[in-house]
Unconditional design. Structure first.
Length: 127
């Protein structure tokens, strides 16, 4: 069963240093929710980053059938190409990175079992 993007939302958060950051929360059709947190170049970019992610990137991605487990590079290319279209505002690197990291986390979910690591990394492992 493919894990398509069901929702993509952006919000403002503070990073560990108290600086503004862009948080992207991605939900897949399989029910998983994945987040990313990317620092912003300046506080003035907060609203711009939220708008670009929620109102420009999200509606375009929701209309696609990309599988987050296998289509990471296609999604990254799609988002980058969306930025270059004349009718769409230029997307900043923070928005593109935040979406990419959330997609990568969603795609990696369930691919690696803790039990597959060497035993010196594991305190206990249940099968």
């Amino acid at each position: 069963m493919p894990a398509n993007i069901k929702s993509l939302k952006a919000s403002r958060r503070l990073d560990a240093t108290g600086s503004p950051a862009l948080q992207v929360k991605l939900t897949t059709s399989t029910g998983g929710t994945y987040t990313s947190l990317v620092p912003l170049a300046s506080p003035e970019h907060v609203h711009h980053g939220i708008y670009n992610t929620s109102d420009i990137i999200a509606p375009r991605l929701l209309g696609t059938r990309f599988d987050v487990r296998t289509d990471q590079s296609k999604i990254d290319t799609f988002v980058a190409e969306s930025s270059s279209e004349k009718k769409i505002v230029t997307l900043g690197k923070e928005e593109r990175l935040a979406v990419s990291v959330a997609v990568a986390r969603a795609g990696a979910d369930g691919l690696v079992s803790v039990c597959s690591f060497p035993s010196f990394f594991i305190y206990s492992c249940e099968s």
